[in-house]
Ligand binder design. Structure first.
Ligand SMILES: Nc1ncnc2c1ncn2[C@@H]1O[C@H](COP(=O)(O)OP(=O)(O)OP(=O)(O)O)[C@@H](O)[C@H]1O
Ligand SMILES: O=C(O)CCCC[C@@H]1SC[C@@H]2NC(=O)N[C@@H]21
Length: 274
């Protein structure tokens, strides 16, 4: 069972400043309200009461069941030009590292463009990048950890608990729980893999994104190759096949009439494999 009151995670040394919060309205908003840090700053809680999602939506986090974690990248890790290649690629890079970390305890993890992490096509985590002031970048992730099926906010959502990973010991048999360690220990390790991977990638790539990093991201984006419905801000819709990701993290979509559209911001629905 996932504990009703999970213990704080051990996030020591994962950022220059680490704040574990008993509760927070929104860990992103919490960090944005603090003065800019001189290094990286991390805030996390099991009890986020007014989580913010993409496009002003609500992020639902039942108490004790959903990890809310935000990191302000700080001067050393913030990409120098957030108007160019990084704008679209940063959320994808975060998603790719989170997918890799979750893959240590469950199989079938991919990234749905632009910013959802899914297990077998269902959303297990969402990512929200925000720039509260020029040069400040905060990346927030909400991970559905202990939700039972009656607690899922939508039919398209899932949780790690539903994949039996709360005691996972890192062995090959992802669907079976064998280990004696506390679920919080397992999950602290997942977060450690996620943040250390993200930090290492960012420290290698503050100006442009190296090709191998872009390829790593592209390989995890399950949207490529799918037939998709694209809904642009404003409501225009388009159906086509997502054929690739460009160097700016935009999705290339080809319609059946042969037109190609480069999509920078939109909601995507996977219809069926093309
Ligand atoms: N804990 C949560 N887990 C999953 N989805 C959530 C949660 N809380 C709120 N939602 C929101 O429910 C809505 C429906 O989720 P759905 O999986 O259909 O994704 P979507 O519309 O493709 O989402 P997105 O716009 O983030 O890509 C989304 O806006 C999603 O962000
Ligand atoms: O899929 C989405 O719409 C993005 C959800 C992002 C949720 C996380 S939880 C931690 C951080 N704090 C927030 O208020 N939102 C992000």
């Amino acid at each position: 069972m996932w504990p009703e009151h999970p213990a704080p995670l051990d996030l020591a040394n994962l950022a220059d400043e680490v704040q574990w919060l008993d509760s927070s309205e929104s860990t992103n908003t919490h960090l944005a309200g603090l003065p800019a840090p001189s290094g990286t700053r991390l805030a996390a809680t099991w009890n986020q009461t007014a989580g913010v999602g993409r496009m002003g939506r609500t992020w639902i986090s039942p108490p004790g069941k959903c990890l809310a974690l935000s990191v302000e990248l700080g001067p050393q890790l913030t990409p120098k030009d957030m108007t160019g290649q990084w704008r679209g690629l940063l959320p994808l890079l975060v998603g790719a590292h989170l997918a890799q970390a979750l893959s240590t305890v469950v199989s079938g993890v991919t990234v749905k463009w632009p910013n959802d992490v899914q297990i077998n096509g269902k959303k297990v985590a969402g990512i929200l990048g925000e720039m509260p002031a020029p040069g400040r970048v905060i990346v927030g992730v909400g991970i559905n950890v202990g939700l039972e099926d009656t607690e899922l906010p939508t039919e398209q959502a899932t949780s790690l608990f539903l994949h039996d990973v709360e005691h996972h010991d890192g062995s090959e048999h992802h669907e079976v729980a064998h280990c004696e360690s506390a679920p919080e220990e397992t999950f602290s390790e997942v977060v450690r893999v996620f943040l250390s991977g993200l930090t290492a990638s960012l420290s290698r790539a503050t100006i442009a994104i190296p090709g191998p990093l872009w390829s790593m991201v592209r390989d995890l984006v399950s949207t490529i190759g799918q037939e998709v419905r694209v809904t642009f801000p404003g409501g225009r819709e388009m159906i086509g096949t997502a054929v690739d990701l460009d160097q700016y993290g935009r999705l290339i979509v080809r319609t059946s009439a042969g037109a190609t559209e480069v999509v920078a911001a939109a909601d995507i629905e996977h219809l069926r494999p093309a």
